[in-house]
Design a protein around this ligand. Structure first.
Ligand SMILES: O=C(O)CCC(=O)C(=O)O
Ligand SMILES: [Fe+2]
Length: 290
């Protein structure tokens, strides 16, 4: 994004409070006005949406560090969801801040966001406010289709497509209880290959419902997890300040490498976006993504 587009978008967005952008229609109205007032924005966002569709991830550089600008631009990808974005039930833009304490600095292993929703978010937007000064805390991505190809070669794809993998879903404000729901980890349909996975939730689910997974499905899960460690299948890169990464949350898994203590000032802003046609855009309010 050029400096002049970024400046114009920042000026436009300063008139909006994130609270005014909670609903899909409000986001679309704001986006239409942004297109009128910042004409370069339309082409830029159209190109980004097309790139995210074909390449599964795209970075818009030099994006203004502004919550309303982020919510308005993400509206080009779908409906920005304030219901499942972090521990607070009503968060359009969630601040991802690392802390000097473990486990926050540990590597964030490959996962999809919102895996417990019937329809997980189609896209995540991660806007880098401040990278770690050490060059650590790198972003890692892997394609579901590449993992599926590897597993198919070992005849381990079919078990992962069975809807029997348990995901623990914390219930209630203190999350002292968990419910277990089951899903396939990999799905293949006319949409292509999609994945739903979060190691913490699946490990807790297996613990709570261990008897539900037979050895064939457990072995396939372990091979899936080992395959995620294959460096030749993963993209690793550093987000710089002002980089807005939009990634397909169903066709990719994402994570980040660990952060050394002096990198704890790293800061991203996150939005979660439902596809325009997703029934998830109107999902019932029964779970929270940490
Ligand atoms: O810190 C990061 O780079 C990734 C954070 C993440 O996975 C998320 O916020 O969903
Ligand atoms: Fe995530």
């Amino acid at each position: 994004m050029t400096d002049s587009t970024a400046g114009a978008l920042a000026r436009f967005s300063s008139a909006w409070q994130p609270e005014e952008l909670r609903t899909g229609p409000a986001q679309q109205a704001a986006l239409r006005r942004a297109h009128d007032e910042v004409p370069e924005l339309r082409d830029l966002l159209d190109t980004a949406v097309a790139a995210a569709r074909s390449e599964l991830a795209v970075i818009i550089e030099n994006f203004p560090i502004d919550d309303a600008a982020l919510a308005i631009a993400a509206g080009a990808f779908g409906t920005v969801d304030a219901s499942y974005n972090g521990p607070n039930p009503d968060t359009l833009v969630h601040d991802v801040v690392d802390s000097a304490a473990r486990p926050y600095r540990d590597p964030d292993p490959f996962h999809s966001d919102s895996p417990m929703l019937p329809h997980p978010h189609a896209y995540l937007g991660l806007l880098c406010v401040r990278p770690s000064p050490n060059g650590d805390g790198q972003t890692v991505l892997v394609r579901a289709a590449d993992i599926a190809t590897e597993l198919a070669g070992q005849n381990l794809l079919q078990p992962l497509r069975d809807p029997c993998y348990p995901f623990a879903v914390p219930q209630g404000p203190g999350a002292e209880r968990s419910e277990v729901i089951t899903h396939p980890i990999i799905a293949m349909s006319e949409e292509g290959t999609t994945v739903r996975y979060c190691p913490v939730r699946v490990a807790a689910g297996v613990q709570l419902a261990g008897h539900a997974l037979d050895s064939e499905h457990l072995d396939a899960l372990h091979t899936f997890e080992r395959t995620l460690q294959r460096p030749d299948l993963t993209a690793v890169f550093m987000l710089r300040a002002g980089d807005l990464l939009l990634l397909d949350n169903r066709r990719l898994l994402h994570g980040r490498t660990d952060v050394r203590p002096d990198g704890a000032s790293r800061h991203l802003k996150r939005v979660k976006v439902h596809a325009f046609d997703s029934p998830g855009a109107a999902a019932p309010d029964n779970g929270r993504e940490p």
